[in-house]
Design a protein around this ligand. Sequence first.
Ligand code: ATR
Length: 274
Amino acid sequence: MVYQFGLIGYPIKHSLSPWIHKQFLTRSGLTGDYSIIEIDPNSNISESITALRKMELDGFNITVPYKQTIIDYLDDLDESALQIGAVNTVLCKNNRWIGYNTDGIGYVRSLERKYPEIMNRKTDSVLILGAGGACKGIYHGLLANGYRHITLANRTKQKAEAIANAENVITLEEAQQNITKFGIIIQTTSVGMKPHQADAVIDLYGINRDTIVSDIVYQPLMTTFLNQAKQLGAKVHLGHTMLLYQAQYAFEIWTNEQSDMTGLDQQLQMQLEG
Ligand code: ATR
């Protein structure tokens, strides 16, 4: 069988997904291709989707700005996509399109792979900074994996209250004041991303060495936020690994193969650092 996969979104010419999935194909001993299918938001989306159907792909990924739009064109949604309300992976099987969201599970996999001891720390208090699409995926991924004490902090509190119960939502100022109470801190806002790499969403001063600090921003890989965590002796988790593991789970949905990940983290790091 020759697999045909793709990515839809805009703009996606510089996406790392083709490289990642071609690695998975090779590592799993499978034959296939993964192509970039850019859809201009000014074009007729329905027509583009009809053309996509005709390509008879085995599966495809969806990125901005179509993670919600695609739902109207699907035959079914898996639990993860239903909860998150967005789809990043479609399985095309027997002429049916089934939508999944692999962001949350992928994120948790990347975290547990880096710090396996975290699997014994599921009762730790987790702080998620931000309340955008990425936060929603990670929040549901953590819940699905047994993490129970999750607090959300966001600049706009109402956005966080649309994801979690109000009693588990705090302001960014409250997060900073209470920072020592959290064993796992996950930064999901866009703060600190190039070209604003000097910025950090809150000050981590006071965290202890056991704290795991994660940032989903991967440009730059070592954000100001993570640099501070490192200086304070905490454990850091880099954002590009989420990209790898959400892709691993998507590939698994399409092929039933769990790709070996040895060394991929470092290889992707090298690509990102040019
Ligand atoms: P994504 O879908 O990638 O998560 P998003 O939906 O645009 O992106 O969400 C961006 C997140 O970054 C939001 O939580 C946003 O806070 P608001 O909900 O208050 O807008 C947060 N964010 C962006 N810029 C920020 C800033 N300068 N300070 C604090 N939070 C910021």
